[in-house]
Write a protein that binds this ligand. Structure first.
Ligand SMILES: CCC/C=C/C(=O)SCCNC(=O)CCNC(=O)[C@H](O)C(C)(C)COP(=O)([O-])OP(=O)([O-])OC[C@H]1O[C@@H](n2cnc3c(N)ncnc32)[C@H](O)[C@@H]1OP(=O)([O-])[O-]
Length: 720
């Protein structure tokens, strides 16, 4: 809704829809009614539109998008304002985003508090601004700057918006008081002079034809696979070419076309999924509503290898002091050099100044003495993935650190309890699984053990946000969520290669689907020897020796191509050859290698595997469905409590194309009945792959027709 009041002959319309005053039907109706009322009230000289609770407005209410169009559209409210003879002033604090900025652009004037941010982020949810933004912003900010704001979706701060011409004034102090004062000062000025409709698009000397072609080409390559950025360009270019009303009409057509598109649905889903993951609960009780995070003012990182150094870098760049610990000076110096190198990389990219980088470094305390961890609030252990070693480290940490210190283990495979029991404080032990490269990858899988306390979970969840990661809470199991799902995905890729595909073919199928990189290129990048050691270690524990001839491991189908590559010294990019051979500058360009194809052929001949033509569709289906089936098992076991958590993990851990929502969302769009039937068929065809045993939950859901948001509940794993 919108509250209407009058002060000093100024009508005040306050948008009111907590927490961000999204433009629901009620808010738009309230705004329209308020403007109409002020226009007809002879005692009112001017109008101020503002927002309640510290924000102007975050745009259309995204939750209402699936309900069709009801109530007045922003441009209808705007047309009314355009005809008003009384000045309407937008008084902005907090954010004016999307439809919120569009409302402001319909006002005759815009003032903002210093803390305000304005922007058109619709592109992030697969849309273009649909309430006049593509037509009015270029009239205020000029074609180039408006195009940049609309295509990137990045908001700008008040001072910059003022320079761009989007705002008329930036004020300090009470925004409403400033708005009333400003409105009264304009009460006698002809409003048509301030009306953006009456101004041409500012081209600032640019030629629209050349600019349009360049912008389209740029957007096509930069936002590969995304539909909305192209439409943004088309709409803004059109606004520069045709009269105002025609441009508004075209913008609306584009907006409605995109609103019902699969991409926008997926991107809107991803928007809410990211917010859902903050709502966690523990099986033993305690959740995000009741658990209090312990303040973290300093952190220690044990292990200055690539992972540890990257984690320490995340910490110091987020403003926290960090002790980086290594067992000896040589390893410590190596770690600090690697951290410095990464930091300077961000300086070179212009993301930080050299001065800021120095400030970050001043927060780092390299050390070889565990005593330096005595007073820190949290320690993240990032030593080699070896249980015995980790338990030793935890025993020492437990003895050294103050009793309140939270102890985190950066592990991708180990059971949290088996580490926690090395301490006398298992309630304060938790897993924090960072992804390589740890400074850049946004995902943080936080893993609770059976005795991890709600306060510890609340602390690592908040800490994740502090260091600008996307923290997702998951239960403990082999591989947790990300790597557990990755295992059948990569296994199927290798089986497809054994059966007749080439690594390059598999990778191109994945890239065409929208993944940032194919699985074989990823394997080369992270090192084939890494997967080799993990497999060998797992086999060793079971008393089995894996050889190049192993076709089965624990009764399961096994592809031993990795063993063959390691035998030939093909460890990946670091050795210049792996699944590919690497050439070009710095040996970074992957080329299909006839030697690898020969290794694969020999391998298949030796094992009697008949090769055939494996089609792209089959590759995609097998890799994705095997992983999706695992996702349902994860839900079924309560390792995750919502499908959204799994999707966020894939978006941020593996770069699943955001415009496809995530694997679970993708499954919902394919239809669970179809997904289940396909998985059953693959299970019959490949009986020696555990990952094809259909998930019981999936079978149940395939009959139920329940929407994705209810899958966790149906699994009985929801804890809220
Ligand atoms: C009509 C003409 C065409 C117009 C089209 C548009 O405007 S398209 C829209 C263009 N606009 C955008 O794309 C802006 C999208 N929003 C944002 O970028 C950020 O939310 C923020 C910067 C406003 C606040 O960031 P922050 O980190 O401070 O907080 P937070 O992110 O956690 O959000 C708090 C709560 O508000 C909720 N919520 C937020 N916005 C909307 C919304 N529009 N709708 C509904 N709900 C919304 C959010 O779900 C969360 O709810 P929860 O989980 O507590 O139940």
């Amino acid at each position: 809704m919108a509250e209407y009041s009058i002060r000093d002959s100024v009508a005040i319309i306050q948008l009111d829809n907590a927490p961000v005053n999204a433009l629901s039907v009620a808010v738009r109706t309230g705004l329209y009614d308020g403007i109409e009322r002020a226009a007809g009230d002879g005692s009112v000289k001017a109008v101020v539109v503002c927002g309640k609770g510290g924000n102007f407005c975050a745009g259309a209410d995204i939750k209402e998008f699936d309900e069709g169009s009801k109530g007045p559209w922003i441009t209808e409210i705007g047309d009314f304002m355009d005809r008003m003879r009384k000045p309407v002033v937008a008084a902005i604090e907090g954010v004016a985003l999307g439809g919120g900025l569009e409302v402001a652009l319909f006002c005759h004037y815009r003032i903002a508090a210093k803390n305000a941010r304005v922007g058109q982020p619709e592109v992030n949810i697969g849309l273009i601004p649909g309430g006049g933004g593509t037509v009015r912003l270029p009239r205020a900010a000029g074609f180039k700057q408006a195009l940049e704001m609309i295509v990137t979706g990045n908001p700008v701060r008040a001072e910059r918006a003022l320079k761009m011409g989007v705002l008329d004034e930036v004020v300090s102090g009470n925004i409403l008081e400033a708005g009333i004062k400003f409105a009264l000062s304009k009460a006698h000025i002809d409003t048509s002079l301030a009306c953006l409709r009456n101004r041409p698009v500012r081209m600032d000397g640019l030629n629209i034809d050349t600019k349009a072609d360049a912008a389209l080409a740029h957007v096509k390559s930069k936002y590969k696979g995304f539909e909305a950025p192209m439409f943004c360009v088309k709409a803004v270019v059109n606004a520069a070419r045709v009269p105002y009303d025609d441009a508004i009409q075209k913008e609306r057509e584009y907006f409605f076309e995109l609103r019902t598109s699969g991409q926008s649905q997926a991107l809107r889903y991803a928007f809410f999924a990211e917010r859902q993951i903050a709502r966690w609960g523990l099986p033993g009780g305690g959740d995000y509503r009741t658990a209090r995070a312990i303040p973290v003012r300093s952190v220690g990182v044990v292990g200055a290898g690539t992972m540890g150094a990257g984690i320490a870098l995340c910490i110091i760049t987020s403003g926290l002091p960090c002790v980086l610990l290594e067992q000896n000076q040589e390893f410590l110096e190596k770690g600090v050099t690697s951290l410095r190198g990464q930091l300077m990389g961000t300086v070179r990219l212009g993301k930080m100044t050299a001065g800021e980088a120095e400030v970050c470094l001043s927060r780092l305390k390299p050390s070889t003495s565990m005593e330096d961890l005595k007073h820190v609030d949290m320690v993240i252990e990032a030593v080699f993935e070896d249980l015995k070693l980790k338990r030793e480290v935890f025993e020492r940490l437990d003895k050294t650190c103050k009793p309140e210190t939270i102890l985190c283990t950066n592990t991708s495979t180990l059971d949290i309890d088996s580490v926690a029991t090395a301490t006398g404080r298992p309630d304060k032990v938790v897993g924090t699984h960072f992804f390589a490269p740890s400074y850049l990858m946004k995902l943080l899988e936080n893993i609770y053990g059976s005795r991890t306390s709600p306060e510890t979970v609340a602390t690592v969840m908040r800490f994740g946000k502090t260091i600008r990661k996307v923290p997702v809470l998951v239960g403990s199991c082999t591989g947790f969520v990300a790597n557990r799902m990755l295992a059948p995905y990569t296994a199927e890729a290798q089986f497809c290669v054994e059966e007749g595909a080439s690594p390059a073919q598999v990778d191109s199928v994945l890239m065409d689907f929208g993944m940032p990189m194919g699985t074989f290129r990823v394997s080369d990048l992270s090192g084939i020897d890494v997967s080799f050691s993990i497999r060998r270690e797992a086999a060793r524990k079971l008393g089995v020796t894996l050889t190049v001839d192993s076709r089965y491991f624990r009764g399961q189908r096994h592809c031993s191509l990795i063993e063959r590559l390691v035998e030939k010294g093909r460890l990946g990019r670091k050795t210049g050859k792996g699944w590919y051979k690497y050439e070009g500058p710095g040996g970074t360009v992957p080329l299909e290698d006839p030697d690898v194809l020969e290794i694969i052929e020999t391998h298949c001949r030796a094992l009697g595997i008949e090769r055939r033509n494996v089609g792209s569709h089959e590759i995609q289906e097998r890799m994705q469905l095997a992983m999706i089936n695992e996702g349902f098992k994860i839900l079924e076991e309560g390792i995750c409590t919502r499908a959204e958590e799994i999707d966020v993990i894939w978006l941020y851990g593996f770069g699943w194309p955001r415009y496809l929502g995530g694997p679970m969302f993708y499954a919902s769009k394919l239809g669970l009945k179809r997904v289940f039937e396909k998985i059953c068929t693959f299970h019959k065809r490949f009986p020696h792959s555990q990952h094809w045993v259909p998930s019981v939950l999936l079978g149940k859901l395939s009959e139920s027709g329940l929407p994705l948001s209810k899958w966790g509940e149906a699994a009985g794993t929801s804890r809220l």
